[in-house]
Ligand binder design. Structure first.
Ligand SMILES: *Cc1c(COP(=O)(O)O)cnc(C)c1O
Length: 400
């Protein structure tokens, strides 16, 4: 059995393309185009050139000495925080903008929550001279003001979305509605392993450069090309997909993913979709969705805006259901504590999203020679205010 997508766009029972009639042509055009394009030599050359010279790849695989001592293992950090624009999102944005250009599209739209994907998209649009419009919930526009200003400076139009809870899920719906109105010239640049097939597979493949590099770097540093454990945080699932892609079918590698528990999985304020979700259809894909008994989408809650989504990519729904991945729920206070800990032990301020992955370490037990690779999906510059506001959650470090 493979954990890869099948020819109909399904991962087990999850995935597919549940779309309105009017989008059928666009999605089908993309489905037919994506593999021939991204597997072509021309694409690979340009994509890797931009990853190297523009995004700053390969990102370092850093041996975290002090944290290794603390957790009793050999801990390596995959430093996606070192990328241009501050997170793994740029890997996907570069790949999809090249695809959009190849498909002859002139206008790009995207959804964003915290603004990281919006910034990555606005960045590559500036790079390629393409028209760019970002959909962002009005609540997030207010919460993430700096990222809104960055997008505007990069030349993107930011459209505040005022429907629903005015957050990420509503921004996705608005982007899909815009796409329905401009199906021929517009490319929808999806930011995570979600949306109708082929997006989850496309995004996973573009992020798979993360595990491709881990293989080479681990071999160099440890003499073998696989770890005992891989750890990543999971919102829609793209940095996790990239981290595990080349190890999915390798049983020697245990995979632990950290989803956002918010105030706690049973508190009513959570984004722990794999724990709380039931099968449903959201934004064109069958996946686990947090919903009321009669199927209304529930609002997700997490201290980290990037994990604040009521669904989770179909690939991860399937792998969790098959028992291939172990999914831990990490609460807000645990993430804040872990973020301070990494800052003080390694001098790396992680994004609060990434801090959820860090917090998973304290819920695991290791043998001293276990090799653990943890992906730091992004840098915490955007989160400094939140860390400071919640420093009482990390009393050991927060007394300043
Ligand atoms: C967007 C984001 C995430 C969550 O998205 P995934 O698709 O699950 O990776 C995690 N970390 C950072 C830094 C992000 O910007």
């Amino acid at each position: 059995m493979s954990y890869q997508v099948d020819e109909n766009g399904f991962y087990g029972e999850f995935g597919g393309a549940y779309i309105p009639e009017i989008l059928y042509k666009c999605v089908d055009e993309l489905r037919k185009a994506y593999l021939p394009v991204i597997q072509s030599e021309e694409f690979k050359k340009e994509y890797h050139r931009l990853l190297l010279d523009y995004a700053g790849r390969p990102s370092p695989l850093y041996y975290a000495d002090r944290m290794s001592s603390k957790y009793g293992c050999r801990l390596y950090l995959k430093r996606e925080d070192c990328n241009h624009t501050g997170a793994h999102k740029i890997n996907n944005a570069i790949g999809q903008i090249l695809l959009a250009r190849k498909m002859g599209k002139t206008r790009v739209i995207a959804e964003t929550g915290a603004g990281q994907h919006g910034v990555a998209t606005a960045t590559v649009c500036a790079l390629m001279g393409m028209q760019c419009e970002i959909f962002m919930g009005k609540t997030d526009v207010e919460r993430q003001h700096t990222n809104v200003e960055r997008m505007r400076m990069l030349g993107a139009k930011v459209n505040p979305v005022t429907t629903g809870n005015m957050t990420l899920s509503d921004a996705c719906s608005a982007a899909i509605r815009d796409w329905c109105c401009h199906p021929s010239d517009t490319y929808y640049l999806v930011g995570s392993t979600m949306g109708p097939h082929p997006y989850p597979d496309l995004v996973a493949k573009l992020q798979s450069v993360i595990s491709e590099e881990i293989k080479t770097q681990l071999l160099e540093k440890t003499g073998r090309d696989y770890p005992d454990y891989l750890i990543a945080c999971i919102g829609g699932g793209s940095n996790a997909a990239g981290t595990i892609y080349h190890y999915m079918d390798d049983d020697r590698v245990k995979i632990v993913l950290a989803e956002a528990g918010g105030h706690g999985v049973d508190s009513g304020y959570t984004a722990a979709t794999i724990h709380r979700g039931r099968t449903g259809i959201l934004h064109g894909s069958k996946m686990l969705v947090m919903q009321t008994p009669d199927g209304q989408i529930e609002e997700a809650f997490s201290i980290s805006a990037g994990l604040d989504y009521p669904g989770v990519g179909p690939m991860h729904c399937n792998m969790a259901k098959q028992g291939r991945t172990k999914v831990l729920d990490i609460n807000d206070d645990e993430a804040i504590y872990a973020g301070y800990e990494m800052t003080r032990l390694e001098g790396i301020i992680p994004a609060i999203e990434s801090a959820h992955a860090v917090a998973a370490l304290s819920k695991m037990s290791f043998r001293p020679d276990d090799i653990v690779v943890l992906t730091v999906s992004g840098r915490g510059d955007k989160d400094v205010e939140t860390y400071l506001k919640n420093k009482e959650m990390a009393a050991e470090y927060g007394n300043f």
